[in-house]
Design a protein around this ligand. Structure first.
Ligand code: C2E
Ligand code: MG
Ligand code: MG
Length: 660
């Protein structure tokens, strides 16, 4: 019988009892009223009845409460069932997510033991689940340094993203991981997920390596070298007993290997070269390749400054042995620039600059040399640099001017032409002579625009003088062409363009080329001079006698004029030393080769007379005239014209003008 049934049964009994009570009460009430009896028993019955009614009411109430309780119990039970089901579903859901995050994931307890690990973590760690869960501390998987990353000061896990740590699996294989730790809300557990970044790290390392190393030789590159130098400078400033030195080296004539054996042979040589140097150095030294055939050695912690030169000498000795490249013996001597005293430097770049400049000077001395940097060298380099900058400005502002030195017929003393001699009008230094800037202009390539300016001005001035009078059309203009410029194909085009622009005939222009320039590349020179001749230009050999051109070579060159170098002319009267014979030989050679001969630097009447006796055609020198400004030539020409007008049929004798 259920509780509900018992309640309704009790309910019914209550009603029966109340009904029976009420009937009995009514019976006794009628009987008492009829018999006139006292109402004592009647009151008793009434009381019982009242009690019964109350009892019944109570029972009813209890029953109702019980019913309500039961109903709420049932609802609660259902709710519990529902909730439990939901919980189970949620757990399944979260477990599925936990399992399938793709990342190795663990739940870590407050005491740092792993209470739950997903299969990815299990596989990643190499342990079984049973060996991990509730057995292992998460820290056991990490290296000591990572402990510091993962834990805060209190020894609790750092709730953080992207902690880079080192992980060891069962086989003690090291893996780089990225760790994310999150607290699980309302618990003292944490969720840690790991991503394997070993390959990423390796790639990163490789990229870093490539950024700081030369791919061919695997040596540190300029960037890394600069970093090492920076550290060396810092250390030497901190410690009095720490000194370092730098060697800058460049393989002599490396281009020859590349050009003759090919680039891959060149690469092989560079690698072998680097290896040989490396084995000759201490571990603490840095050998870096700056590119091409340039290497730098940083010698650290050296005892005395002369150590660097000793190393340079030793390495040069090492480099005397040949290398075998593609089965061939190849020698690779190198020039060394040494910065021994590095105490005063603050910037790595400055040390490299000075070592490089010392190396450059070593190269100038010849092959397989070394040079120790000194301040004077540096100042010279600075001076050259300043000159170069000034020259560039001068080209831009056209602050060059031509002076013209007359060339005179020795017989008639009349002017047959001029030699244009360039001067640089420097804003601070005043007039600078070619001897002080032509070689820098040649080295920097600035000689090309300078020559163009000079030739154009000379041609323009000559054209203006021609235009003064028909009789002056015979005047010619000599221009000096530097030896380095001479072989450039652009020269002839530039000259042709200028002549065309100014409308001057090419036969009025004579190119002066030094004897040495003509000897650079015989076949090329012959071809080039021929092309110039074909254009109508005249070719003059300047400073003749100072070079060593062979007679057969001279014969092959279509040369118009020889200029006897001033050094011979100046000593022509000193009889016993044979200079006279040399000048005589040059003059007769010119006659025989059907060339015109000009004597340079004629200063005295005695020299003039001797040269005239030797049948030298023309002369040039202070005896006739110093180089003159354009304006001075202008007045000279006017004077010449005036003279011709006053003395018809006579030529203006320049010597007389001077002696006047
Ligand atoms: P150079 O072509 O042999 O020119 C002759 C030099 O001797 C000139 O010096 C001239 O002033 C000087 N000279 C002339 N007669 C006498 C004399 O009787 N006694 C003495 N002691 N010297 C005399 P400058 O002008 O200083 O030129 C020097 C050199 O510079 C020239 O030698 C030439 O090789 C070069 N040069 C001049 N102008 C140019 C130019 O425009 N381009 C190039 N590439 N070189 C030039
Ligand atoms: Mg000259
Ligand atoms: Mg000369």
């Amino acid at each position: 019988m259920t509780e509900k049934n018992i309640a309704s049964f009790l309910d019914r009994i209550g009603l029966v009892v109340i009904g029976a009570g009420a009937s009995t009460f009514y019976y006794y009430l009628e009987k008492s009223v009829a018999s006139g009896q006292s109402l004592g028993s009647f009151v008793t019955i009434a009381l019982i009845l009242i009690i019964s009614i109350f009892t019944q009411l109570l029972i009813n109430n209890i029953n109702r409460s019980r019913e309500a309780l039961r109903e709420s119990n049932e609802t609660l039970e259902q709710k519990v069932i529902l909730r439990t089901r939901e919980l189970r579903e949620s757990e399944v859901k979260y477990r599925t997510i936990f399992e399938n995050t793709g990342a190795a994931t663990v739940i870590i307890e407050k005491d740092l033991t792993i209470s739950l690990a997903n299969s990815v973590f299990v596989a990643f760690s190499g342990y079984s689940r049973g060996e991990i869960e509730s057995k292992k501390s998460f820290l056991e998987f990490l290296d000591k340094t990572s402990h510091r990353t993962v834990l805060d000061n209190e020894g609790a896990l750092n709730i953080d993203n992207n902690l880079e740590c080192v992980f060891f699996d069962r086989e003690r294989i090291r893996k780089d991981i990225l760790l994310t730790i999150a607290g699980i809300p309302a618990t003292d557990k944490s969720l840690a997920s790991l991503t394997d970044i070993t390959e990423l790290k390796m790639a990163e390392k490789q990229i870093m390596h490539q950024a700081f190393h030369d791919t061919l030789t695997n040596l540190p590159n300029r960037t890394l070298l600069i970093e090492h130098l920076r550290m060396a400078i810092k250390r030497s400033k901190r410690r009095d007993d720490y000194h370092f030195a730098v060697l800058y080296l460049d393989i002599d004539r490396f281009k020859l290997v590349n050009d003759s054996l090919g680039h891959s042979a060149g690469d092989n040589l560079l690698t072998a070269f680097a290896d040989r140097l490396k084995t000759s150095l201490r571990d603490i030294d840095t050998l870096a390749r700056l590119g091409g055939d340039e290497f730098v050695i940083l010698l650290e912690d050296i005892q005395n400054s002369s150590y660097a030169s000793m190393v340079a000498e030793r390495l040069q000795q090492e480099l005397k042995r040949p290398f075998i490249v593609k089965g061939k013996e190849v020698f690779a001597p190198a020039s060394f620039g040494v910065v021994e005293n590095t105490d005063d430097y603050d910037l790595p770049e400055d040390i490299l600059r000075d070592a490089d400049s010392a190396m450059y000077h070593a190269k100038e001395k010849g092959r397989s040399q070394f040079k120790i940097f000194d301040k004077k060298l540096h100042e010279k380099a600075l001076h050259l640099l300043q000159r170069e900058t000034d020259l560039r400005k001068a080209i831009h502002h056209k602050t060059f001017e031509n002076h013209y030195q007359p060339i005179v017929s020795l017989k008639t003393k009349e002017i047959v032409g001029f030699e244009a001699l360039i001067r640089w009008n420097h804003p601070q230094l005043g007039l600078i002579y070619p001897g002080s800037f032509i070689s820098i202009a040649e080295e920097t390539g600035l000689i090309i625009p300078i020559t163009r300016l000079m030739v154009e001005k000379a041609c323009r001035d000559l054209k203006a003088w021609h235009e003064k009078d028909q009789s002056l059309h015979r005047l010619t203009m000599n221009v000096n062409i530097s030896s380095r410029h001479f072989l450039l194909p652009s020269l002839l085009n530039d000259i042709k363009e200028v002549l065309q622009k100014i409308n001057l005939k090419p036969e009025h222009l004579k190119l002066e080329i030094t004897e040495t320039a003509l000897m650079e590349d015989v076949e090329d020179t012959i071809r080039l001079v021929q092309r110039m001749k074909d254009c109508g230009l005249q070719i003059v050999i300047d400073d003749f006698g100072t070079g060593y051109s062979s007679l057969s070579y001279l014969q092959r060159l279509p040369i118009d004029t020889l200029k006897v170098d001033r050094s011979f002319v100046s000593r022509i009267q000193d009889a016993p030393d044979g200079n006279r014979n040399i000048v005589e030989a040059i003059i007769s050679l010119a006659h025989r080769l059907d060339m015109i001969v000009v004597a340079e630097g004629v200063e005295t009447l005695e020299q003039y007379t001797i040269l005239l006796d030797m049948n030298c055609h023309f002369g040039q020198g202070y005896l006739f005239s110093k180089p003159l400004t354009g304006a001075a030539v202008d007045s000279l020409i006017d004077e010449m014209l005036q003279f011709s007008k006053e003395n018809p049929g006579r030529h203006y004798p320049l010597m007389k003008a001077i002696s006047n």
